[in-house]
Write a new protein. Structure first.
Length: 182
């Protein structure tokens, strides 16, 4: 069964507004390594539309530094599944996921491959409630945003985790991976 992995950038105060952390080359290299551990990406509508607007190729010249290019190429080429009840269609190597979320994600996890990768805020909350996330990664940035959505707001039950790995970046950000205690 393919594992479902979740990764999110978060500030010290628990905010995950994508405008808060300052990106650097090491974190983008790490993000590419994460994406290469998956056969497909799973997004909710908001994350899908945000990522498509930012990373769909071809980009206008000078849209980002050269060191962001590998991330852009990797995410652009990736297979994507989009959970949405409001979109009529998707493209950008994507397929809509409708109906029962738990059953749909279980079906995707049963397919052969390296894994699935999920991002965003609302969809991971729903997946955590269903016990479907196999690995959590929090990239904690050394700043306090004071605004933006927070992680797992409204989670109905505690999820106990075990630290799997820890990686420090030159920027002071720390990527911590956890597996749920079963």
């Amino acid at each position: 069964m393919r594992p479902l992995r979740y990764s999110i950038n978060v500030t010290l105060d628990g905010c995950c507004d994508h405008r808060g952390p300052v990106p650097d080359e090491d974190m983008f290299r790490h993000a590419v390594e994460n994406l290469e551990r998956a056969d497909a990406l799973l997004f909710g509508r908001v994350t899908y539309e945000m990522m498509e607007a930012a990373w769909r190729l071809p980009a206008r010249p000078g849209a980002w530094p050269d060191w962001m290019g590998p991330f852009a190429r990797t995410i652009d080429a990736a297979r994507k599944y989009v959970v949405s009840s409001t979109l009529d269609r998707v493209d950008w190597n994507a397929e809509l996921v409708r109906g029962d979320l738990g059953a749909a994600v279980q079906r995707l996890k049963r397919e052969p491959g390296k894994g699935l990768f999920v991002g965003g805020v609302k969809l991971p909350l729903a997946l955590a409630e269903l016990g479907l996330i196999d690995e959590y990664e929090f990239v904690v940035h050394p700043c306090v945003a004071g605004h933006g959505p927070t992680l797992f707001a409204g989670l109905s039950k505690r999820i106990d985790l075990t630290l799997v790995s820890r990686l420090e970046f030159g920027s002071g950000a720390v990527a911590m991976r956890y597996a749920p205690k079963r």
